[in-house]
Write a protein that binds this ligand. Sequence first.
Ligand SMILES: Nc1nc2c(ncn2[C@@H]2O[C@H](COP(=O)(O)OP(=O)(O)O)[C@@H](O)[C@H]2O)c(=O)[nH]1
Ligand SMILES: [Mg+2]
Ligand SMILES: [Zn+2]
Length: 293
Amino acid sequence: MVAGTGTVLASYGRGVLVQAGAITLQCALSGRKQRIVCGDRVSWAYPPSADGPSVLAVEPRRNLIERIDARGRPEPVAANIDQLAIMVAAQPAPDWFLVDRYWAGAVLKDLGCLLIVNKLDLGTDAIQPELKTYRALQLNCAEVSAQSGAGIAGLKLALAGRVTLLVGQSGVGKSSLVNALAPEAAAQTAELTRDVEGRHTTTTARWYPLDADSALIDAPGVRDFAPPAHLVRAAERGFIEIHALSVACRFKDCRHMEEPGCAVRSALELGQLAARRYESYRRLCRLYEKLAS
Ligand SMILES: Nc1nc2c(ncn2[C@@H]2O[C@H](COP(=O)(O)OP(=O)(O)O)[C@@H](O)[C@H]2O)c(=O)[nH]1
Ligand SMILES: [Mg+2]
Ligand SMILES: [Zn+2]
């Protein structure tokens, strides 16, 4: 085979790892500066006189997931995603604000969303009150143990037929889950990654095939997963219950802070809106205001 198409498993500064059928290729980037990310569909070929394959073109993307870097600039993470899986565990203690922000990011990108609660073997009592809040908002919560295998069969059903981007704090067990679901792919990628960069990198997203039409992308280091800063109003849409309540606010452009006749604040006072969710919303608004200024 001297030319074809494939899926980008991982992207590095100087090249990309491409899955083309049963073959995995290390492709160089050709010509102008190409920005290629995990999940991209690309065409590749062996150019005459080159010693390896290179990427010719990137197919149009269904979507592009970006994170915000320290200076508030969007940085591409992965493309062509169906759903976001947010992983938490009782240990390390969850940052629920981060979970809310991830979920808001998924809503704004029209992605499905799933909460994976790992380390079931250690117990989940400490986080059940928060899980109750999410379940009440119809967020699918799958309790699993990557270590014991409990709940993994059920989780597979939630991942079937989709490309899932896996995010979560360091130490919750993302790599362990990839190992439990796709041991061969995990081992192979570890090897190939060593070849490309000469060392393991823990900052780029990696694609792990689960079967012919499902894949999991481990996206380590994606903490700030949020839509661009100019969309301050977007913060509201990302919080589905706040967005639903906002139709009853007196002012159409109500930000649900100090405005009179605010249905969101009324719901908060009546205990119909979780105080923590409201605080998450306020923090996301403030973050956007800061980034936009
Ligand atoms: N008890 C328990 N420990 C787990 C489980 N899954 C992962 N761990 C441990 O949690 C730590 C972090 O796991 P890792 O997969 O590296 O997390 P990552 O940073 O999210 O990729 C490791 O010490 C794992 O052995 C689990 O289901 N139960
Ligand atoms: Mg990891
Ligand atoms: Zn309001």
